[in-house]
Write a protein that binds this ligand. Structure first.
Ligand code: BDP
Length: 326
């Protein structure tokens, strides 16, 4: 009996000692990312980490795990909800099946221009969408730029919708995207980003769709040299934190995180604008064939996607308000 008491007492002492050490220790938030080092989103989150580090006098930092080291987006989103991963920079498309409000950002041809998208996402509508993440275990911190997405493939130049007919096209893991590609006549194949290069190379898929920086940095252009500027979707990136990790922080540290995330948006914008131009130049120099085409028939073809996905009053209202933003 005596020895048990002794053991318990010593364990308690060890625990308390451990706690003090832990409190003094630096907290490092692990952040998931599918893009490689140097990609604008990676650098923007690192930049946010520097601000957090400075503001907390070294108590807290962020470590970005690039190139899908922590898994593909669908998996890491779940792990972020569980608190296994603290932060995540993801496209809003793989959030579509989890958080209804994110669907508006992936609706084809909803944003009229990058300017329109910025006005919406930087304003109250963007804040409202970010706030809706919380009931799904995620804290929406900020949106990052992601340009416009266009189709590319290994088969032929796509000059009109007829050329897309029957093509096996990789899409992000989002039902909305599956329906969008179907509506345009393609044959959608959902697949994690990290598998697309080999999918294109081996012919599992004929094509995919993405923005210039992803097309270039993923090397997809090497195995799918025909790109058509359909610019059918402008899906901003979302920077999120696990609600479980967030709730462990003091109110003061939570504010530091929120503010640093917003500050990194400006940095991201600068990096993005430069990278878009650079990536386009790299792929053109490498010999990809760029096709400009009229978007009218594509826009018309996706009308049923709205009929299917913008059904409840809340979504209808959100879409109407987005369209009204000048
Ligand atoms: C890129 C996004 C990235 C997505 C990828 C994709 O930045 O988050 O994983 O598209 O298509 O534009 O999966």
């Amino acid at each position: 009996m005596k020895s048990i008491v002794k053991l318990l007492a010593s364990t308690a002492v060890a625990l308390i000692a451990g706690m003090t050490v832990a409190q003094a220790q630096q907290v490092t938030l692990r952040s998931a990312e599918v893009h490689p080092d140097g990609y604008p989103t990676v650098e923007a989150v690192k930049y946010m980490g520097e601000i957090v580090n400075r503001e907390t006098k070294g108590r807290m930092g962020i470590k970005v795990f690039p190139s899908g080291q922590l898994g593909d987006e669908k998996d890491t989103i779940q792990q972020t909800q569980f608190g296994v991963i603290d932060m995540n920079r993801i496209s809003m498309a793989p959030l579509n099946n989890i958080i209804p409000a994110t669907r508006v950002a992936a609706l084809p041809f909803l944003f009229r221009s990058v300017d329109h998208m910025h006005k919406v996402m930087d304003g109250p509508i963007g804040d409202e969408i970010l706030a809706s993440f919380e009931q799904h275990g995620l804290i929406g911190l900020a949106f990052y730029d992601s340009g416009a997405r266009s189709f590319y493939n290994s088969k032929r130049p796509v000059k009109s919708m007829a050329d897309l007919k029957g093509m096996k096209l990789r899409v992000q893991q989002s039902d909305l995207f599956i329906d969008t590609v179907k509506a345009m006549g393609g044959n959608p194949t959902p697949m994690p980003y990290g598998e697309v290069y080999s999918g294109l190379q081996t012919g599992v898929v004929d094509g995919a769709e993405n923005n210039w920086p992803s097309y270039q940095s993923s090397h997809h252009y090497e195995v799918a040299k025909y790109i058509s500027l359909t610019e059918h979707a402008m899906v901003p990136e979302a920077l999120v934190m696990s609600k479980r990790s967030y709730d462990k922080l003091s109110k003061e540290d939570q504010q530091i995180i929120r503010k640093a995330a917003k500050e990194s948006v400006l940095k991201m914008r600068e990096l993005w604008t430069a990278k878009e131009k650079e990536s386009e130049a790299i792929v053109v120099k490498a010999g990809v064939e760029v096709t400009k085409l009229s978007k009218d028939e594509f826009e018309k073809a996706v009308e049923p996607v709205y009929a299917k996905h913008v059904t409840d009053a809340k979504m209808k209202d959100l879409v109407a308000r987005i369209r009204a933003v000048q």
